[in-house]
Design a protein around this ligand. Structure first.
Ligand code: IPE
Ligand code: IPE
Ligand code: MG
Length: 270
């Protein structure tokens, strides 16, 4: 974690929250369902796409904060496989904003040692989007800092279905025995493989559902629902969610730790 002065000005609201945060018990991985762009725009009498445009600032702010805190990973749900149901103009704008974001932020990601990792059915995206993604992946491949994982054309059910299909195909070829397909086998083949499961999931805009996000990975994730619409989500909101996370007692099916023995919410499953 960077020195406090580099994260927030002394005397600011962010700084006050930061001082309540225990740097030794930060989550390793935070996932966010960035929701509420359309409602943000509608409340201002603007077209929905203006909400997506405004949401880019929030993305930049949470990525920056995650990096400054030194989190291992942040996963942002940017487009679900169900989002294709939206009007074509909205889908095209979202894709254009994504390309623009990558183009503008790539150098910053590289110079801040951030590794860009898109997950989802990327092969179904526009060629130009695919090219921008591949370029960002290649150019940040050697970065060892925070992983910026972006879920694009992502569906948790699809991820698991593809895995079942792969298991059947491998078994048919004799490449894997049924008994060898265990949790570790599955985990090694998830889109998120190599990363700890999210410790904290934040969903903005007041909706309280998972919407087909990371179905396997969220098994023991702490969930925080924020009423803030995504374009209004700021560093202070993320920091507040982290403070709240540190008050939680993660039990993973076990018993509450005995009085006096503090559990460490930052520690993922042993
Ligand atoms: C989240 O905002 C962005 C995407 C799903 C791509 P929404 O566009 O879902 O905003 P609301 O939920 O309609 O307000
Ligand atoms: C979830 O938001 C997907 C993303 C944030 C990319 P939606 O707005 O699509 O979810 P529902 O339809 O309200 O469940
Ligand atoms: Mg929504």
């Amino acid at each position: 974690m960077q020195p406090l002065d580099e994260i927030a000005q002394p005397g600011s609201r962010e700084r006050e929250i930061l001082e309540r945060l225990d740097p030794h018990r930060l989550p390793r991985h935070v996932a966010i369902i960035m929701d509420g762009n359309g409602r943000w725009a509608q409340a201002r009498g603007l077209p929905r796409v203006e909400g997506h445009r405004a949401g880019v600032r929030a993305v930049r702010e949470v990525v920056e904060t995650a990096a400054r805190l030194g989190l291992e990973a942040i996963t942002l749900y940017a487009f679900s496989t169900e989002n294709w149901k939206r009007p074509r103009h909205e889908v095209l704008t979202l894709m254009a904003l994504l390309e623009e974001y990558i183009g503008r932020e790539l150098e910053t990601m590289r110079s801040n040692n951030l590794r860009f990792r898109p997950i989802g059915r990327l092969d179904e995206l526009d060629r130009s989007v695919q090219k921008a993604l591949a370029r960002a992946v290649a150019q940040t491949a050697a970065c060892t800092g925070t992983v910026i994982q972006i879920a694009l054309n992502y569906s948790g059910r699809q991820e698991l279905t593809e895995l079942v299909r792969a298991a059947v195909a491998e078994a048919r070829l004799g490449a894997v025995a049924a008994e060898a397909v265990d949790e570790a086998w599955v985990e090694a083949r998830l889109a998120t493989s190599g990363l700890a499961d999210p410790d904290l999931l934040i969903r903005t805009s007041g909706e309280q559902r998972i919407s087909n996000f990371l179905l396997w990975q969220l098994a023991y994730t702490e969930i925080a629902f924020s009423p803030v619409l995504w374009p209004d989500f700021r560093q202070a909101d993320l920091l507040e969610a982290l403070v709240d996370y540190q008050q939680r007692e993660r039990r993973f099916g076990g018993l509450a730790p005995q009085a006096g023995v503090l559990s460490a919410p930052g520690t993922a499953r042993a």
